[in-house]
Structures are given as C-alpha cells and as structure tokens.
Design a protein around this ligand. Structure first.
Ligand SMILES: Cc1cc2nc3c(=O)[nH]c(=O)nc-3n(C[C@H](O)[C@H](O)[C@H](O)COP(=O)(O)OP(=O)(O)OC[C@H]3O[C@@H](n4cnc5c(N)ncnc54)[C@H](O)[C@@H]3O)c2cc1C
Length: 384
C-alpha cells in the first residue's frame, strides 16, 4: 500500500504493524527551537492523543522541559463573575491536557519514522488520474489506497472532486507567545466576549519570566485594523487589549514571539472516503479552535483507520469499500458530535441577543456550581 501523508502519524502507526506504506510529502525541516525560544504553533493534547503518541513511541522522544501539563482551567463569560473553573483533582485525573509545540511533536515523530525506514518521497501530490497520483516532479504512483492527510486545502481531496461544506466564521486566529507578569500555575484561561475568544495556555517559564501561548479568535474587522499597523504597533495594541480583556488576571503582558501568526477560521467537512482513497485530519474536517480539538480528532482518525485497515480479512484489499465505509461511519459520528459542540459554543458566545447573553453567563455560573457535571465535561474533552 502507498499512502500520501503529512504528519505521517497514520503511516508510522500502520508500518509498525508491518504493512507496506510510503510517504509522499515535502521532507521535514527541523524548526524546533531551544532554551528560551518557543514556537508559537502549539497544541493542547488530550489524554487519548497522549496515549496514542505513547503507543507509537513518539511521546517519550519529547523532552519533559518542553511539555506543560494543564491541571486547571478558568473559562470566563462576558458578565461580572460568570466563570467556570475546572480542575484535574476535582475530576480525579492527573491533568486535563498537555500543551506541546507543533515542532516538537513533528520532530519526535520523524525520528521514529526514520528509525523504521519508511520510504519517503520528497515531493508533493500534483495530479490524480485513473487511480494514479502524479507528483510535482512527474513521478507516477499507484496504490491500493491513498490516505489524504495534506491539511485543509488538500490537493488530493480537491482533485478527487469530493464535495466539501465550508462555513466561514469571518474570524481570524492570531497566535503568539506572551511573557506575563503573573504565573499561570498550570492553568489554561479562556475569555468569551465581544472581543472574540481569547485563550491563554500555559507554557514552560522563560529565564526572564512566565510564559503563556495566546490563541485569540477575532473578527476580521479587527484584523483589517491590525494590518494597517506595523509589527511593533500591532504588538503594543494586542498587549493593551490583553490586559483589558483579562482584567489583569495575569498582570501585564508582553509578546515575545518575533512574529504574530494569523489563520482564517472555518468550519469544514467533506466525505471521508472515495474509491481508492480515505481522508484524515484537516483534509476531512476543520473546527473552530475554541475547544482545541482539531489535531486531537485527526489523531483519533489515524488511530482508528490504522486499526480498521489492519483488521481486514485476507481476501480484502486496503481499498475495500466495506472496510473504508466502516472507518467513515464510526469517525463521522465522532466528528459530528465535536462539530455540534464547538459550533454550538461559538454560536452561543458570539450572539449579541440579550437573552442569549444572560443565558450563557448564567449557564457558566450554574455549571460551575454543579460539581457532578465537571468530571463529565473533562471526560468528554479527553476523548478523540
Ligand atoms: C489558531 C489555531 C489553533 C489551534 N489549536 C489547536 C489545539 O490546541 N489543539 C488541537 O488539537 N488542534 C488545534 N488546532 C487545529 C490543528 O492546527 C489542525 O487540526 C492540525 O494542524 C491538522 O493537522 P493535519 O496534519 O491534518 O494538517 P496540517 O497540519 O495542515 O498539515 C498538512 C501537511 O500536508 C502537507 N501537504 C500540503 N499539500 C501537500 C501536497 N500537495 N502533497 C503532499 N503533502 C502536502 C504539508 O506540507 C503539511 O505538512 C488549531 C488550529 C488553529 C488555526
């Protein structure tokens, strides 16, 4: 079997089960950073993802000094004292999630892949005809099954003509690492309001102060306003806004990343399966980052696809539609639930209607008092 893959999670896990797999993707460039320099692209990794990464040997490659365990969470609404606090101890778990730099995960995974010698074509998919992928350099590759994992702008998916539904949130996610005056003490913070959704996630301390990662989803009008300023002015504007929105919860804040990165936010979904191909990760679905679940669901896809394919009977090939439909049926159910939750939360918290505003803030406060509900929320968020 040949497969085309980005992060190669699927490829790696299936090749461990001694299947014939190949990667078609641009070669990996090590962009991991050291000491006081942290990448601003980070992930909140759920317990299920951690277990999967442990299973494929990837977790232990990441130095402890680059991993931050999240032991608590504070979620604020836009009314005075509307807050939901979650903690690991209340839910009888050691941590709610882990914060990890994207570059660290990628580096540790590639190390494992190189160890087991999976063939890797340093090229990109350019065309697809009659069950053959043609790469940018003109190589023609056929396979029983192609696994499309090339992100939300998947070339393979676009070439295969699979229908895709897209909802544009008219929002952009801006990300940067921040040095804060106050310590995060292992907590993740989130503020919902007219400013959008602001998350500050705990990162390892710097030699000169405390550090958090900012993921701020803002309306594109604010982005247009930011884009009219130079980089230094953008940083000053954001630093001021952070202090306002957080009501100095972590004191003054200073952006330490050289650049502020921006991502347009959409809700997307396409079929997971087509003849001879299957899709995982953002190539198949994309969510608003407010619940930090995108990569976690992609890892869940990888794991389940791997299990599905390695359980095939001897007279089935990897492209067997029955086999692939089984993958699609199970994952669709999970993806749909996550879409409903994240999109529902986004609708509730972006509504400007007064009754909705009152209801959402009361809701947060009520859930905060319902101790029996909190472990259920934590358990739900830990599953991919
Ligand atoms: C602001 C923001 C914050 C987020 N925070 C979180 C979080 O905390 N937790 C979480 O779980 N998720 C989070 N997400 C979601 C997460 O970033 C994505 O779900 C995840 O990166 C998707 O991984 P992927 O491998 O499917 O796609 P990508 O990461 O987009 O990778 C695509 C890969 O495909 C390769 N490729 C592209 N085109 C081709 C081609 N033609 N041929 C071959 N290879 C190709 C690229 O080189 C790239 O390596 C966040 C997203 C945003 C926007």
């Amino acid at each position: 079997m040949w497969c085309r893959y980005s992060w190669s999670f699927y490829c790696f896990s299936i090749s461990q089960k001694k299947q014939n797999v190949m990667i078609i993707a641009p070669h990996y460039r090590d962009i991991s950073t050291h000491n006081d320099e942290y990448g601003s692209r980070i992930y909140a990794i759920s317990e299920s993802s951690k277990k999967f990464l442990e299973k494929i040997g990837c977790w232990s490659n990441m130095p402890n000094s680059r991993l931050t365990s999240v032991t608590g969470m504070e979620i604020y609404g836009d009314a005075y004292r509307s807050v939901l606090e979650l903690s690991a101890w209340q839910s009888s778990v050691s941590q709610l999630s882990w914060i990890v730099e994207a570059a660290e995960i990628e580096r540790s995974l590639v190390k494992e892949i190189l160890n087991i010698d999976v063939p890797w074509i340093d090229d990109r998919c350019f065309d697809y005809k009659d069950n053959i992928i043609i790469t940018e350099r003109g190589e023609r590759i056929s396979a029983e099954l192609f696994v499309g994992a090339d992100g939300y702008n998947s070339t393979l998916r676009n070439l295969s003509g699979i229908a895709r539904s897209i909802k544009d949130y008219n929002e952009t996610g801006i990300i940067a690492n921040i040095c804060s005056h106050g310590a995060h003490r292992g907590k993740a913070f989130q503020w919902f309001g007219e400013h959008g959704v602001l998350a500050l996630l705990p990162l390892p301390d710097l030699s000169f102060g405390n550090q958090v990662s900012m993921v701020w989803s803002v309306n594109r009008d604010i982005i247009n306003f930011l884009d009219s300023m130079n980089n230094d002015k953008q940083k000053l504007y954001i630093e001021d806004r952070l202090v306002d929105i957080t009501d100095r919860r972590l004191g003054c804040m200073k952006i330490v990343s050289k650049r502020i990165s921006k991502f347009n936010l959409t809700l997307e979904k396409s079929n997971l399966v087509a003849p001879g191909m299957v899709f995982i990760g953002d190539a198949a679905h994309r969510l608003h980052p407010l619940a930090g679940q995108g990569l976690n669901i992609g890892l869940g896809d990888s794991e389940f696809l791997c299990d599905t394919l390695t359980s095939k009977s001897q007279n089935q090939n990897f492209g067997d539609i029955e086999l692939l439909n089984n993958y699609s049926k199970v994952r669709e159910r999970h993806i749909s639930r996550m879409r409903i939750v994240t999109d529902g939360l986004h609708k509730i918290f972006s509504s400007k209607l007064l009754p909705v505003k009152i209801a959402r803030n009361c809701g947060l406060s009520l859930i905060n008092k319902a101790f029996f509900l909190k472990p259920i929320i934590v358990d739900y968020a830990s599953k991919n």
